[in-house]
Design a protein around this ligand. Structure first.
Ligand SMILES: [Cu+2]
Length: 167
């Protein structure tokens, strides 16, 4: 619990400085969560995770309190059908590399939502890295982005100063 609190403090400090860096050079850009329809039992979260000069790392897990299970998923084509598979080995995040979690690709999956995700709600998601440890981020629910590709800006390193949900 104290460890989580210190992450929250670190998040607040990084927000004050205007930099998205969270721990050991790890930055998270353009995070958002969606669900397919109101009351759906599942949801997903997308974001771009950068490693700005930190050591080679690996995203090995995800945690949240909003669903019975929170998993890292990918899509796999099998017999002409797209299927979701759990990435049990996680995803590599090399020094100066990035992980792109985007609609139609790798994603965070919420299974067995304990509450319906509502537009504008902000959920807490903990990213677990092999080296950097646990990093908890705030993820806004933005249902208007369901099925839309990631913003081109999110693919670059620059800070585009998101104006918020406007809802
Ligand atoms: Cu999935």
């Amino acid at each position: 619990m104290f460890r989580l609190m210190s992450v929250v403090v670190a998040l607040t400090l990084s927000a004050l400085s205007g930099l998205p860096a969270l721990a050991d050079g790890i930055g998270v850009h353009d995070a958002y969560a969606v669900t397919s329809r109101p009351g759906a039992p599942t949801g997903a979260a997308f974001m771009v995770i950068h490693n700005h000069g930190g050591p080679d790392d690996r995203l090995i897990g995800v945690q949240s309190s909003i669903a019975a299970r929170t998993e890292l998923h990918s899509h796999l084509e099998a017999d002409g059908m797209m299927q979701m598979v759990e990435l049990t080995d996680g995803l590599p995040l090399p020094k100066d590399g990035r992980i792109v979690l985007a609609s139609g690709g790798d994603h965070v999956m919420f299974m067995g939502l304990t509450d319906a995700l509502t537009d504008g709600q902000v959920i807490e998601l903990t990213l677990i890295f092999a080296v950097a440890g646990e990093v908890t981020i705030s993820v806004p629910v933005d249902l208007a982005r369901l099925g839309r590709p990631a913003e081109p800006d999110a693919m670059t390193d620059h800070d585009h100063g998101d104006a918020g949900s406007g809802g």
